[in-house]
Design a protein around this ligand. Sequence first.
Ligand code: ZN
Length: 421
Amino acid sequence: MDLVIRNGRVVDPARKIDGVVNVVIRGGIIQSIGNGSVSDVPVFDATGLIVAPGFFDIHVHLREPGTEEAETIGSGGEAAVAGGFTAVAAMPNTKPPNDNPSITHFIVSEARRSSPARVFPIGAITKDQKGETLAEIGEMFEVGIAGISDDGKPVMDAQLFRRALEYAQMFDMPVIQHCEDLSLSRGGVMHEGIYSTRLGLNGIPAAAEETMVSRDLILAQMTGSKYHVAHLSTRRAVEMVREAKAQGLRVSAEVTPHHFSLTDAAVADYDTNAKMNPPLRSADDVAALVEGIKDGTIDAIASDHAPHHINLKMLEFDRAPFGITGLETAIGLATTKLQLPIGRLIELFSINPQKIMRVKSWGLFEGSSADLTILDVNRNWTFDVNRSRSRSRNSPFHGWQFKGKAVGTVVGGKVVYEDRA
Ligand SMILES: [Zn+2]
């Protein structure tokens, strides 16, 4: 695919690039970055816009195979590019789960057929995500997984988790943990605090996350493996990751937009779109997450896009499933809520996610695949969940106003999403 992106502010913090130039793309590959142009190809006028390395959401649930009424690889890919993401990493908790190479192969080939965004599958750590024996990790690696996780569930057995860390090291893949001690969180539906007491709902204490992060960091140190904390949500967990990094461990962490934008107060009217796992935490936890984003303790922002059919979210709070959609609101929440320098925003959404997962990197350099996110940081817009590309509607951000939006998404030199004012 051929394209010229003209006159945009091109920013790539990994290559120390920041300037108004043209990007010339030939055959889906960046041919030149500079003042040059060509006349025989389509033009994307990026005057006044930011041109960044393609954003990569490393925590997404696409629901296919098995729950296609909530999302498919195709519809999730459409939602991804509408949110400015050129790539997503797909969590393995499908039905059946991605714990063997035939499912991995299905996801890879279905993504090529139906998704405008690139899809990197994440393999399960354990067979059927049961936490009992290791999945076919080596075989899935051959087909293209970018990491392993039992997300949705933690690996409770410490010896098994140690073996997973050791095994993943052979492939230099990250082991991604959903940190939740199930004996502490059992029966809980929201954060344990004043709101859970007031609402009469069973709480999930911050300690359920923190004891698991603590155990895992000891195992990560022991094995020297690449360890990644999914959806970090508490102050003490942020502090432990900060200390581990200072000690030189190969640890990374992500935070979701809902965890830095909302507190457990959002549950007050029993809104099932405020039910997620880990739960929305206290205002003090949110402040610690924002600090962690700003000081580099937190490496990435990932949506934990978790579509559910509307019938399930219509259930009473106790019985409704955990999770919300997030691909289309992630950037708007980050630009509106965090006030970050543009380079730091791009690190969180593209550079660091690429480093965390086992992928061939892309960016603003000659020879890179032309995977680009074009941002208008001044664009005011309102999220309308009824116009979402996702098959599901479970978002607490319907009607929210944002400043900052992806207005162009380019994958392999092809404009797969465009939203001009
Ligand atoms: Zn999770």
